[in-house]
Design a protein around this ligand. Structure first.
Ligand code: DX5
Ligand code: ZN
Length: 232
């Protein structure tokens, strides 16, 4: 059965002290470190994937020199294939791309991510139906994780969308041992909804970094997941 993994979102950390912040989270009991990679991509149509710009492979590479932790990279970019090589070299552990950016080439993408020694994951925005990711979870060339966005990607500190739990429930029913991650607005007040729906990987930015005792928030969330998973 899928184990609970708590992944503080480093987007809410003090970027000027990234290595120290990463170690602080690990000392507080974090299993993974969630790294949000966002690119303002001005394509010919002037559309962009998210309205924010964060970190890239050079930052992953320099953080990797300070930690052996599992770096759970969430790529909110329009052309994920271009990032596989640099993120593999930089030392990313998980490489989660968005289905909205990979409808044409997810097969090739999953193969390349694995070839670079990373674990492939697929994410979907709130407006994307869960059925779209089923083909990526099935078959030989499959992802190891599905990340269900519970806010519109772009920023930390947004409100959790409980209606996304239907997606999590459907996934959990179909795939009992899959790593199902939720991201956006998770904390002590929303963990029960996510855990009882079947999420086992919990990304949390503001609720962990904003807490006086992050270790307490991390252990509370882990306990809630472990406490309900027998009922999935
Ligand atoms: C949003 C990011 C999240 C974000 C979560 O686009 O993918 O990882 O940092 O932050 P909170 O937990 O504050 O909603
Ligand atoms: Zn994220």
């Amino acid at each position: 059965m899928a184990a609970a993994k708590i992944a503080p979102s480093m987007l809410s950390s003090d970027f000027s002290n990234l290595a120290t912040e990463a170690q602080r989270m690990l000392d507080c009991g974090a299993d993974w470190l969630h790294m949000d990679i966002m690119v303002l991509n001005f394509s010919s149509s002037c559309s962009h994937f998210v309205p924010n710009l964060t970190i890239g492979a050079p930052v992953i590479e320099s953080l990797r020199k300070h930690t052996k932790a599992y770096l759970d990279c969430h790529l909110m970019v329009t052309n994920p294939l271009d990032y596989v090589e640099p993120f593999g070299k930089a030392g990313a552990s998980g490489f989660t791309f968005h289905i909205e950016a990979a409808r044409e080439n997810w097969h090739e993408l999953i193969q390349k991510i694995k070839a670079k020694g990373m674990k492939p994951g697929v994410s979907l925005k709130p407006g994307t139906p869960i059925e779209e990711v089923y083909p990526l979870v099935e078959g030989e060339n499959h992802v190891d994780l599905v990340l269900v966005m519970t806010v519109e990607p772009g920023f930390g500190g947004q409100k959790f969308m409980p209606e996304m739990m239907d997606k999590v429930r459907k996934l959990r029913q179909k795939y009992p041992s899959l790593d199902i991650e939720v991201d956006g607005g998770l904390g002590p007040s929303t963990i029960d909804a996510a855990a009882s729906a079947g999420a086992n990987c919990i990304v949390a930015g503001s609720s962990v970094f904003g807490a006086p005792e992050p270790a307490q928030v991390i252990s509370l969330m882990r306990n809630r997941v472990e406490g309900v998973k027998a009922a999935w």
